[in-house]
Write a protein that binds this ligand. Structure first.
Ligand SMILES: *[C@@H]1O[C@H](CO)[C@@H](O)[C@H](O)[C@H]1NC(C)=O
Ligand SMILES: *[C@@H]1O[C@H](CO)[C@@H](O)[C@H](O)[C@H]1NC(C)=O
Ligand SMILES: *[C@@H]1O[C@H](CO)[C@@H](O)[C@H](O)[C@H]1NC(C)=O
Length: 350
């Protein structure tokens, strides 16, 4: 608990400091890449079976006057902490690749997730591969955190650090880099879960009820909480403000809510391919929806209540009948987990 609280305080400090730094850094070209990294091609073209083509519009973002929320993509962001063999365990290709989005400073949150829903051996007989995807901390803290992150990674071997600034507005890039990792090092994963770190996840329900390991392959499968008939908020006061310069239509295509969605591996590879050809917007879940629209794929509805986008109070039986609850803090997760794990025969059978 202490560790978590301390990392939360550190997080708050970093966030505050970062605001100031951003002002100082705007206009300067700051290169955070370390010189020793291997600048790999964007997307491996040799990945099994699938053709993931190289970007056609690679430099389009350079030709326009950049909007402050413009994201550079495609772009060869390096993997600074990487585990190329993570997915090649003796048990074969993972059924589920979990890409957990965290911030560099969230050491305690990652620890809580490893001990709870992120545990790779939680679902018997099902191979799960977990990676935490993180970017770079604000520049002033890079040195301090670097040693900590290296130590954490030595111990757990599950950090995928991408060479781009870890900010809310860069989240889409983090997710795309997670998919690039998948395309390069884990293209045979059956399913890919994109999940935020502030959630409760029920991996058994997700695997057995939503994904169904014994079911047929579903190449066009993506599910989560589906938002339909939404559109951009044009008032700059909103957190999810999107100016017409970034996205001009007044509707978004259907998309799965960002806290957690899961898609088949083959669809993940195709989403990544079309992502190279579209203008990237910072709303990561909407952007994936735009990729799906381009691919002519509609999200598959899950049973109602499976993916909860709003906070819910823990209740043993109810939580066993759902896949995800958003806005679940790490301390609460650690507190309820022993009870959640306990076999409770009084729950009504679904
Ligand atoms: C993960 O789950 C397995 C099986 O329930 C358990 O034996 C193991 O201790 C757990 N690992 C962690 C880090 O909690
Ligand atoms: C995203 O990351 C890049 C690369 O580190 C950085 O230059 C840019 O300022 C970040 N953009 C936002 C909106 O945070
Ligand atoms: C089983 O779940 C019910 C409903 O949540 C709860 O009231 C009860 O205490 C639980 N029993 C055990 C043994 O955990």
């Amino acid at each position: 608990m202490k560790l978590i609280r301390r990392s939360l305080v550190l997080g708050a400090l970093l966030t505050t400091a970062f605001g100031g730094l951003l002002v100082l850094l705007v206009g300067q070209s700051v290169d955070f890449r370390t010189p020793s990294v291997d600048l790999r091609p964007l997307v491996s073209t040799e990945s099994a079976g699938e053709t993931v083509s190289l970007p056609q519009r690679k430099f389009e973002w350079q030709a326009r006057t950049p909007h402050p929320l413009d994201l550079k993509y495609p772009y060869p962001y390096p993997f600074l902490l990487n585990h190329p063999n993570k997915c090649e365990g003796p048990r074969g290709a993972p059924f589920l690749l979990m890409l957990v989005m965290t911030r560099p400073q969230d050491v305690g949150v990652r620890q809580a997730i490893r001990k709870t829903w992120g545990n790779e051996t939680l679902v018997p007989g099902v191979v799960i591969c977990r990676l935490f995807v993180l970017g770079l901390p604000p520049p002033l803290f890079t040195k301090e955190l670097h040693a900590l992150l290296e130590e954490e990674d030595r111990e757990h071997g599950d950090l995928l650090q991408v060479g781009l600034l870890d900010t809310y507005h860069n989240l889409t890039l983090k997710v795309l880099m997670g998919l690039e990792w998948m395309a390069q090092y884990c293209p045979s994963a059956h399913y890919v879960l994109k999940v935020d770190s502030d959630v409760f996840l029920n991996p058994s329900f997700l695997v057995q009820q939503v994904l169904q390991p014994n079911g047929p392959p579903r190449p066009n499968f993506i599910t989560g909480y589906i938002y339909s008939n939404t559109g951009p908020l044009r008032n700059p006061a909103y957190k999810w403000y999107v100016p017409p310069e970034l996205y001009s239509p007044d509707k978004y295509p259907p998309y799965c809510g960002g806290p957690g969605y899961v898609l088949s591996g083959s669809l993940a590879l195709r989403v990544l391919t079309v992502a190279q050809t579209l203008k990237v917007i910072y709303l990561e879940d909407v952007f994936v929806g735009l990729c799906l629209q381009q691919l002519g794929v509609r999200p598959t509805p899950s049973p109602p209540k499976t993916f909860q986008m709003f906070p819910l109070k823990y209740e043993h039986c109810f939580f066993h009948q759902l896949a995800l609850v958003h806005q679940f803090q790490a301390q609460e997760l650690l507190r309820i987990w022993p009870d959640f794990q306990r076999v409770n025969t009084t729950c009504p059978m679904a």
